[in-house]
Design a protein around this ligand. Sequence first.
Ligand SMILES: CC(C)(COP(=O)(O)OP(=O)(O)OC[C@H]1O[C@@H](n2cnc3c(N)ncnc32)[C@H](O)[C@@H]1OP(=O)(O)O)[C@@H](O)C(=O)NCCC(=O)NCCS
Length: 168
Amino acid sequence: MSKPHWRPAHASDLAAISAIAACIHPDLFERPDVFAEKMQLCPDGCRVLAGAEGIVGYGLAHPWKQHQIPPLDGFLARLPDDADCLYVHDVAVLPDARGGVARAYMATIEQLARSSDIAALALVSVYATRPLWERLGFRPVTTDVQLCAKLASYGDGATYMLRNLAAA
Ligand SMILES: CC(C)(COP(=O)(O)OP(=O)(O)OC[C@H]1O[C@@H](n2cnc3c(N)ncnc32)[C@H](O)[C@@H]1OP(=O)(O)O)[C@@H](O)C(=O)NCCC(=O)NCCS
């Protein structure tokens, strides 16, 4: 059987994305419209992992400002004109399809950042995934009071992390 592969997300993938999100992030609910907006604003950053029997994962990323965290389940409204990072909102893959796929998604996102003259990637690590993101070149950033307040909605142990592409 062929291995699942990443491809651009389409509006018709929304139901599958929402179902996977509900399964993997039961305590971090986001409305389907919130995912749809990200797909509209940054189609190149939003991808799904397509397997033989359907969608088994997704990754959502968009240009943003470093040290700013979009609120969970909130609309972005617009992308900043002076974006200085690609913010990886989420990567979620069903357990059977895991193994090398986050690395593959991040390689695409890195390429997208470089071709857009954006020199950093950012994300909020949840569920003790910090070592995984460190393995992919991210470093935890000391957060100020404002950033800490925004991190609170992401649950205990959420960490804001950056990867400097210029240093790679
Ligand atoms: C996060 C997730 C997408 C990772 O998918 P994956 O296919 O297992 O990830 P990869 O295998 O590509 O891992 C990337 C690297 O991190 C490494 N890694 C994985 N878990 C690790 C851990 N606990 N500690 C250190 N390194 C780890 C991998 O070995 C790999 O490195 P390598 O390519 O040099 O071997 C998947 O686990 C998932 O969906 N988790 C639930 C949702 C979630 O937590 N998403 C992240 C939100 S911040």
